[in-house]
Design a binder for this molecule. Structure first.
Ligand code: TSB
Ligand code: ZN
Length: 640
């Protein structure tokens, strides 16, 4: 007999070799039905894996996240089995569960196409109906290598495991996979799933290695949850900024212009301009001074800053002429350092806050480019603050709070705050432990003192220092950085920056890098996705659309109104196309224009307008003056 200890502290005796399923069954038949796997002394165990010694056991039930993970991991195996039946030469890379499902990287021996997914899914259903047990066996390394001798990917994975390690295999019918586990007991437990998409994936993420095909899918415990998730996925597709950007005519990408080099269309440019004015005013009030610097700098400038040794991978190649060498700047910090240096500074001058809307270029891998979200030419709402040591915390906090204000003004939703620290990679981060520890400590303290909830990420710092990043979730479900505050002791040193202290001596200032609301490109992707394309009135490229009922009769009055609105700085447009009224109304809806005004006899007679606000079915009639007032107020208050 063995003793099994439960999370509540109670202990029960069972036969040696008892399984999680049997333990659950001994408690209640309901628990048996809900159980999916278990933790045995913190190791994930399958439902039917025998427990051989005294242990602490936690049963995982369907409502636990771990159960979803197990199910999806098993679904990946089920998919691999189905693929192997359909493509007998198939070899497999890795096939893990992920946040919302699973994937498997496959070398099928031939190209799998999008339309083949249905066929694979059907085969999965059949294997599920076969109700095959999923069982675990363990082999020593040499036997595992022998077992997988025909699959070079598995051989490589096994070879990387330490000598003497016991290797576990999972078997279901004719299919066996190398896997740590745990799994769900039987293929019959995997019933509600969907294969979602197909993508390319390099073996071990290395672009010099074989290209495999990655199939994504998702599995759930009941049909209702699966359906709900598919609705969420469909909604996300609708919110995808690439789709909305096209529909609302915001931006254009063209391979002739170059990958990741976005062009702003009139509607997009208008929003960007409004945002630029907004940022300028916000920064003015917060004591920033605006500067402007060139997009090109000498290679020497980036050698001094350290970009050349730590950031070159992200930079476009060098330009050379008549013995001079330049690069397109990936960041503006070096220029701002030179502006600081252009004059003598005293302790009384600090803090100095230079802000610039900076166009910069970064060489992002082509596979990483995604609409406006990750581009190669970008314009950042940037700033560099030059502060004394005693001003660091206040200035970082003020910069952080200014960011929060901008995010609130824009009505954007944050996913979480991240503190990005370095790891021990000497290529990625400048090499001065003392400065790193100091900078990291200051940010850690500051977040704690101000009760700012955050997650910590090692290895994500900038090469020159740690940062506080504000993260948002994209429609496609991944997390990206919007805003950032970064603490830097390195560049002031590299550029030999000084100020004269109250003691009459030279001192080093500290630099704070600040990205307010990301780059216009990334910000636009976030705005489009979070507003589902329906910009609030203050940002909308077109705020008012005027539609005369009859072009013959009402055109003149509509034109008069349009001029009046424009004189009041409202972005108004007339629809004078020879189209049916219904068509024009629908078109204004598609473009998600905040105010839609249909102008007919009534309006002319009474000097009134009848408007419909986007998202509302209600028609409201007010005088022309009232209308102008209410829209202007809404714009002034940013809709709040
Ligand atoms: C804040 N030197 C600092 C600056 O002073 C800097 O450049 N920091 S950064 O590298 O983190 O970039 C600032 C912001 O630019 C990021 O937080 C992110 O919001 C945005 N950004 C970075 N790379 C891209 C890209 N490829 N496409 C669009 N936006 C990007
Ligand atoms: Zn910077």
């Amino acid at each position: 007999m063995i003793n099994i200890k439960f999370p509540d502290g109670s202990v029960k005796e069972f036969n040696e070799g008892v399984s999680i399923e049997e333990i659950a069954s001994s408690i209640s038949s309901g628990l048996k039905k809900q159980s999916v796997a278990g933790y045995v002394n913190d190791e994930l165990f399958d439902l039917n894996r025998p427990i051989l010694e005294d242990a602490s056991v936690t049963i995982i039930t369907k409502k636990d996240q771990a159960a979803f993970d197990v199910l999806n991991h098993s679904a990946a195996h089920l998919m691999a089995q189905a693929v192997k039946r359909l493509y007998p030469n198939a070899k497999f890379g890795v096939g893990p569960n992920i946040r919302e499902g699973f994937y498997y990287d496959i070398d099928a021996g031939e190209q799998i196409r999008e339309e083949d997914l249905a066929k694979i899914e059907k085969m999965m259903k059949r294997i599920s109906q076969e109700q095959t047990m999923i069982t675990r066996t363990e082999l020593p390394k040499d036997e595992a290598l022998e077992f997988f001798k025909d699959d070079k990917y598995k051989i490589e994975l096994i070879s990387d495991l330490p000598e003497g390690e016991v290797i576990s295999l999972y078997n279901q019918g004719e299919f066996t996979d190398l896997c740590r586990g745990g799994h769900i007991g039987s293929t019959k437990n995997i019933r509600f799933f969907k294969l979602l998409s197909l993508a390319g994936a390099y073996w071990r993420g290395d672009s010099n290695r074989e290209q495999l095909q990655r199939i994504y899918g998702t599995a759930w415990f009941n049909e209702e949850d699966l359906k709900k998730h598919l609705v969420v996925l469909a909604e996300r597709k609708e919110r995808d900024h690439r789709k909305l950007g096209r529909e609302l005519k915001i931006f254009e990408l063209s391979n002739d212009a170059g990958q990741g080099l976005a062009m702003w269309l009139p509607n997009g440019y208008t929003v960007r301009k409004v945002l630029e004015d907004y940022v300028y005013k916000l920064e003015k009030k917060a004591g920033y001074q605006h500067v402007s610097t060139p997009m090109l700098g000498t290679k020497r400038l980036y050698e001094i800053s350290g970009h050349w040794s730590h950031y070159r991978e992200n930079m476009f190649p060098l330009m050379e002429r008549d013995g001079e060498e330049w690069v397109l700047r990936p960041m503006s910090c070096p220029h701002h350092m030179l502006i600081y240096k252009s004059d003598l500074r005293s302790y009384r001058d600090l803090p100095i806050r230079y802000a610039e809307i900076v166009t910069q270029h970064r060489y992002e891998a082509s596979g990483a480019l995604s609409g406006l979200e990750r581009v190669r030419a970008m314009t950042l709402t940037d700033a560099h603050l030059f502060v004394r040591q005693d001003q660091i915390k206040k200035e970082v906090l003020d910069a952080y709070n200014l960011i929060l204000q901008a995010i609130a003004d824009l009505d954007l939703e944050i996913e979480y705050v991240e503190l990005a620290l370095r790891d021990k990679n000497k290529d990625k981060f400048h090499d001065n432990d003392e400065l790193w520890d100091l900078a990291e400590e200051i940010l850690i303290e500051l977040l704690a003192e101000n009760n700012i909830e955050h997650t910590v990420m090692k290895g994500e710092a900038a090469f020159y220092g740690p940062k506080i990043d504000i993260q948002v979730r994209t429609a496609m479900g991944h997390v990206i950085t919007m805003s950032t505050v970064q603490l830097d002791f390195l560049l002031p040193d590299r550029f030999d920056l000084n100020y004269i202290g109250s003691d009459g001596e030279k001192h080093r200032p500290v630099v704070i890098h600040r990205g307010l609301i990301s780059t216009w490109e990334r910000l636009m992707s976030i705005l489009l996705e979070q507003f589902k394309g329906a910009f609030p009135t203050w940002l909308a490229p077109i705020q008012i659309k005027l539609i005369p009922v009859s072009l013959n009769v009402h055109k003149e009055y509509a034109e008069k109104l349009n001029d009046l609105f424009i004189d009041h700085d409202l972005r108004s447009e007339l629809d004078l196309r020879e189209e049916k009224l219904g068509y024009k109304i629908r078109d204004a809806q598609t473009l998600k224009i905040p105010y839609q005004l249909v102008v007919g006899d009534n309006e002319i007679d009474s000097n009134q307008v009848t408007y419909r606000k986007f998202g509302s079915k209600e028609q409201v009639t007010v005088t022309v003056e009232e209308f102008i007032d209410l829209v202007k107020k809404e714009i002034f208050n940013k809709g709040k």
